[in-house]
Design a protein around this ligand. Structure first.
Ligand code: HEM
Length: 231
């Protein structure tokens, strides 16, 4: 099969979505783990040290543009595939028994993705823009390895944000739930596309996808919930 016809084949097109999707899941797992430090140390030191490490480690810095490209490919490609599918099947799938044959998340991946895109735009403006572009986040001194190190007070930025309005917290709980739903189908579907789709693995991956979806929903949602309840 030539390179061109591989890309144009249905599986070929989905392959890129699957690879970038799995890569994004790795980022989202690391991102969630670091953000969970917000609720385990009210002094904020743990979170600030982790955020400072992520912002200054050369390896992580190299990964930033890779992450941006991963998101871009995943998003642009989702539209390309949907358009091509619509052209190939203008009448649409047989709508009979859709709810029996597929999950709600699987039928709404594009809309879930689009809502996540809106959430991401808001999210980047809340934190990433202020830390990386505006640079107006106050600094703090944190004891690290026996000496005081000056770093951005990322804890104050995020904690202050959630404490400021219940609406912000609700937005992030919804964002986490959207992500959980999107991943609960995406993770399983990615492995199907890559080829791990025999009967035994199909069931295991389906189960794992639902578990990962719930981990993201709870893991991301519990952070704003903590600030909503405690402060
Ligand atoms: C409680 C939930 C969340 C918190 C507290 C949080 C916090 C943050 C913070 C503080 C930054 C800026 C880091 C920096 O620039 O150094 C950031 C960046 C980012 N967040 Fe989140 N985030 C949350 C949920 C999410 C979700 C659900 C997604 C994706 C759907 C996401 C995707 C990103 C991306 C792509 C970046 C930019 C890359 C980076 O700088 O690491 N975040 N987040």
């Amino acid at each position: 099969m030539s390179k061109g016809s591989f890309i144009s084949a249905s599986i070929g097109r989905k392959f890129l979505m699957s690879l970038t999707g799995l890569f994004l899941i790795i980022f989202l797992t690391v991102h969630m783990s670091i953000n969970l430090l917000l609720i385990f140390d009210d002094t904020g030191d743990l979170y600030n040290i982790a955020a400072h490490f992520m912002a200054t480690n050369p390896l992580i810095k190299v990964m930033e543009p890779v992450l941006a490209i991963g998101f871009l490919i995943h998003i642009v490609w989702s539209f390309v595939i949907t358009l091509q599918n619509m052209r190939a099947r203008p009448i649409g799938y047989n709508k009979n028994k859709q709810s029996v044959n597929s999950t709600w998340a699987s039928r709404n991946m594009l809309i879930l993705g689009m809502l996540l895109f809106v959430f991401m735009g808001l999210h980047l403006s809340h934190f990433w823009f202020r830390m990386k572009i505006a640079g107006d986040v106050p600094h703090t001194l944190v004891m690290q390895g026996g000496s005081l190190v000056e770093m951005e007070n990322a804890y104050e930025l995020v904690a202050g944000f959630f404490k400021a309005s219940i609406l912000y917290s609700i937005l992030y709980i919804v964002g986490g739930a959207l992500l959980g739903l999107h991943v609960s189908h995406g993770f399983w579907s990615a492995f199907q596309t890559i080829g791990l789709n025999n009967q035994i693995w199909r069931k295991r991956l389906y189960f794992l996808a639902v578990v990962i979806g719930w981990i993201f929903t709870i893991g991301y949602g519990i952070i704003p919930l903590y600030f909503m309840i405690k402060f």
